[in-house]
Design a protein around this ligand. Structure first.
Ligand code: COA
Length: 160
């Protein structure tokens, strides 16, 4: 069985991430979306919230599973018997960072390959930070995030 891991912070998940998930899920038997539990960052949403958002947003994709991880990505991939890491590329600006990360991961475990999936043009300009900034100032994020995030981000913004 071919299993791939699509890692990220997903704080919050955007329609751009969902586009990459949908495309990648077609290429493998199982796609594990791996939410980084990074204690050194202070995310808007807890890792449990981010996992739940992804579970709701991907419920129609039958071969997609959502998990969280901490520590090295290559160790997580080995643990779930995957030798494929998926990363989305939104343009050349993503490339040097992603290439460096792919080579670092290869130096840590040469059995694991990184595959780049290009995002659809309509999602090229999104990032999670922009979503948070737009929501913070009351802007419209309806076309950028799935409905579950749209609702929950409004509640969060009221609380902070
Ligand atoms: N659509 C929309 N936004 C996208 C996107 C897409 N298709 N692809 C990436 N982004 C955005 C994210 O929203 C995020 O935006 P933000 O910076 O505004 O929050 C940004 O690009 C970074 O994306 P993310 O996927 O969260 O990557 P990251 O740079 O935080 O890396 C890991 C996450 C998990 C891959 C990486 O930190 C990791 O592997 N950590 C584990 C430790 C490790 O193994 N280190 C050694 C390897 S370097």
């Amino acid at each position: 069985m071919r299993t791939a891991v699509y890692p990220g912070s997903f704080d919050p998940v955007t329609n751009g991430h969902l586009d990459i998930i949908e495309r990648s899920a077609k290429l493998v038997d199982k796609l594990i979306v791996a939410v980084l539990n990074n204690k050194s960052k202070s995310p808007l949403f807890t890792v449990e919230e981010r996992v739940r958002h992804l579970q709701i947003a991907t419920q129609d994709f039958k071969n997609v599973e959502i998990m969280s991880f901490s520590g090295l990505l290559v160790d997580f991939a080995s643990k779930v018997n995957s030798n494929i890491i998926i990363r989305g590329l939104r343009g050349v600006t993503d490339f040097s960072y992603e290439f460096q990360m792919a080579l670092t991961n290869r130096s840590l475990n040469s059995d694991i390959e990184t595959l780049f999936v290009s995002a659809d043009t309509q999602y090229l300009f999104f990032s999670s930070s922009q979503v948070k900034e737009i929501a913070h100032f009351g802007g419209n994020i309806d076309n950028i995030v799935p409905p579950v995030v749209r609702e929950e981000i409004k509640k969060k913004m009221k609380d902070i």
